[in-house]
Design a protein around this ligand. Sequence first.
Ligand SMILES: [Zn+2]
Length: 121
Amino acid sequence: MPTTLSADDLKAITDRLTVEADVLREELADAESKMPALYADCDLDPADVGARVSALAALRADADRARILLDRVVATLPRVGTPGFGRCTVCGDVIGRDRLLAVPHTELCIVCARAGTGARP
Ligand SMILES: [Zn+2]
């Protein structure tokens, strides 16, 4: 094991990721269910159309964010407890236990995250 995570830590991380995936799936479904209603009404005055375009853009941004995070969470779950889990994908160092418990789907150690060497936090 590259990290000093205990069996309890791994269970906590797995539970956290599982809950996070469920929450993200709900957010995604919620955002996607609202989009058709925003597209539906075509007889709108221009001011209303503007507001709807903004609302749609915000919904899409929310949905995209949720989808990207969900992909990461789902990709991380089977890796929990494997030798590569808890290693920074940039420098290869061990990611700290506290950081992994706080952000289980992270791929970066705190040093690389702060340096912005990866595109993802
Ligand atoms: Zn690193």
